[in-house]
Design a protein. Structure first.
Length: 295
């Protein structure tokens, strides 16, 4: 026989239905009982088979990972950091899960490396024996304390990232509004992002650094001294070209994303190597015209 006691009626009911769903049993299955007034779930079996115990153990693990983790993250956000808004909670939790799923290597470096899944499995293995009798809340409090400390670390770094993303969105929107009121000084501009950033005009003639500096609108650097890069963003906004041909080896680079976010449909991202083809084409056109004029 197995008996799991919950302090919360909601938790008891959630696990009861989760277990039934996991085992694909009907709500009236006689061997699984939910004593609602005492928040107790019982599995009636004189001797639990190892196969049955394995299923219950796995269902319990998935309940912790898939059902309760969201509850705990929301509680940490609300009680520790005062994020009450569901939409804000959702955005921050998306960042948490991207870290947990290994999608944010840039944020993982700020966290101690742990195997949270293995940690939970080991804790469950220790308490799930042939005859189970345990308090869910005591299990969470004492066995999973290190796991909760990990969750708090994930939440903290995710909140910092969320705030930075919010600031970034405000920054991008502000520059879009600045761009909206600008008259283009150039129809097409070619931007080569390599070891250094090089600007070229419509004729693929390099725009020298001194000339670029003269083009920069000083209001940009005065109003956004931290965020506006004088080597790339400021000249682009000041020139406000109708079309930007951006040549890069890495389309996922942060600067490429920022330029694309600000200039949106004006940007055409091109493979880095195609810039040489463009240069060759321009040279060929010039030589052709010279030949025709000479003729």
């Amino acid at each position: 026989m197995a008996e799991i006691v919950f302090q919360s009626k909601d938790d008891a009911e959630k696990f009861y239905h989760h277990l039934l769903k996991y085992l694909k049993l009907s709500n009236n299955h006689e061997e699984i009982l939910l004593i609602e007034d005492r928040h107790i779930l019982k599995i009636i079996d004189d001797k639990l088979t190892s196969a049955c115990l394995k299923h219950v153990r796995k269902a319990f693990y998935e309940f912790v990972i898939d059902v309760k983790r969201d509850d705990w993250l929301k509680r940490i956000l609300a009680e520790n950091y005062y994020f009450q808004d569901p939409e804000e909670q959702r955005h921050i939790m998306e960042i948490v899960y991207s870290i947990l799923e290994g999608e944010r290597k840039d944020l993982e470096i700020f966290l101690e490396k742990t195997n949270e899944k293995q940690r939970i499995k080991e804790a469950i293995e220790q308490v799930f024996q042939e005859n189970i009798s345990l308090s869910f809340d005591s299990f969470i409090k004492f066995r999973l304390r290190p796991y909760f400390l990990d969750l708090e670390s994930y939440v903290k770094i995710s909140i910092d990232e969320y705030k930075m993303e919010q600031e970034y969105q405000i920054f991008v929107q502000t520059l879009r509004e600045f761009l909206h009121d600008r008259t283009p000084k150039m129809e097409a501009l070619h931007l080569l992002l390599g070891e250094e950033i090089i600007f070229y005009n419509e004729s693929l003639e390099e725009i020298k650094r001194g000339e670029l500096i003269k083009m920069i609108d000083r209001k940009l650097l005065f109003n956004h001294p931290v965020y506006v890069d004088s080597a790339s963003i400021a000249p682009l906004l000041s020139i406000a070209p109708t079309t930007i041909f951006l040549y890069t080896k890495n389309p996922e680079e942060a600067l490429v994303r920022t330029i694309s976010n600000i200039f949106e449909e004006r940007v055409s991202i091109m493979p880095f190597h195609t810039f040489c083809d463009q240069i060759q084409w321009v040279k060929w056109e010039k030589n052709t015209k010279k030949s025709e004029n000479g003729a």
